[in-house]
Design a protein around this ligand. Sequence first.
Ligand code: UDP
Ligand code: MG
Length: 309
Amino acid sequence: MKLLSAIVPCYNEEENIADFYQEFIKNEAFFKENDIELELWYIDDGSKDNTVSEVKKLIERDMRVHLLSFSRNFGKEAAIYAGLEKARGDYVVFLDADLQDPPALLPEMFQYLNEGYDSVATRRVDRKGEPPIRSFFARMFYRLMRKISKTEIMDGARDYRLMTRKVVDAILSMPEYNRFSKGIFGWVGFETKWLEFDNIERKKGETKWSFWKLFLYSIDGITAFSTAPLAFAAVLGVLFCLASFALIIFTIVRKALFGDPTSGWPSLVCIISMISGVQLFCLGIVGQYLAKMYMEVKKRPIYLVKEEI
Ligand code: UDP
Ligand code: MG
């Protein structure tokens, strides 16, 4: 018998807990046939609604269901990490509680593990039902990441992933505080099979990611998997030095040849404000890395547990 640990991060998902269970358990026959035992971990990320009591109802009915409840909202990344720490399975899979990651795909995913892959990842090929602006910025983010990071980060990749114990242990060996799982999954390597599916819209409830939250998350992703912005700041500095050098020569020559009175107070103001803008921007880039380092150095726990069943 092999054990499969399914990990479901939940933040205010009271309407989805039972539905998810129903949908997931439809794979029961497949699990039986293939000698796979099951443990289902709902990771409650500090929900303020009835998520916890919904999970407890399930636990009374099914002993394979477990709950890990955080002391407050620590974010989905923390929930993923907690799930990995709790999972005892030979295989681990992450799924969203809102059924945007179809559990019906599991048999196909297992088929690829049997073929020798270490992990099976999924990506959605379209972004149907998503606000166009959000899609646009998401695409830009992935394009930028592909250019500036050596780690492979797929456009439309979901956190829906099935992996073997080998991969799980590799990810657990990365206890960094600023976690960007899409990057971490790529960074650890191993043979990964990508499955594609059409975007499925959330069944009930609302998305927990505002545009601003996503924007901050994208900065986490960039700083965690690329130092290109730091190099960019340095290059910008060099370019401005060269430009100012050319300007100095130009001004001296003009004065010598034409005796031009050094006029140009407005242009000076423009140049000074532009350059101080660029300086602050670059300082901001350095600041981002410094802030991440600060949080990393503190070595605070990634999550705190309130209750475990
Ligand atoms: N989630 C979480 N903590 C958070 C935000 C989200 O555990 O702070 C969970 C959420 O309950 C869901 C999954 O992460 O199971 C994906 O979130 P959501 O569906 O809101 O994101 P979207 O699919 O819109 O990107
Ligand atoms: Mg969702």
